[in-house]
Write a protein of this length. Structure first.
Length: 98
């Protein structure tokens, strides 16, 4: 978790009793509860997407975009070598994709 472990947080660490008694256990449990609470809030507030909508998005958007990206990254060195100014080629390709 690398949040400081049992030690007190930065603004409080200079206090005389910040790392004595029950405080180290409380700091550690608090740091463990923070991500859990955040994940539960995100799961509760996130919109539910139906499976058929997710599959449609994958087939109609993600796969064509990934194939176009593969083709663009494959042809990029050849385009750069054949033309002196590859910026113009990228602008035209971006306009076509958009």
């Amino acid at each position: 978790m690398f949040l400081g472990g049992w030690r007190a947080p930065w603004p409080i660490i200079g206090g005389p009793d910040a790392n004595t008694g029950w405080w180290p256990l409380l700091w550690f449990l608090g740091q463990g509860a923070d991500p859990d609470v955040l994940l539960r809030l995100a799961a509760r507030d996130a919109a539910r997407i139906r499976y058929d909508q997710l599959m449609t998005f994958g087939w109609k958007v993600l796969i064509p975009v990934s194939l176009a990206w593969i083709l663009m990254s494959r042809d990029r060195p050849g385009v750069r070598a054949s033309t002196g100014d590859s910026t113009r080629v990228y602008i035209i390709a971006g306009a076509i994709v958009a």
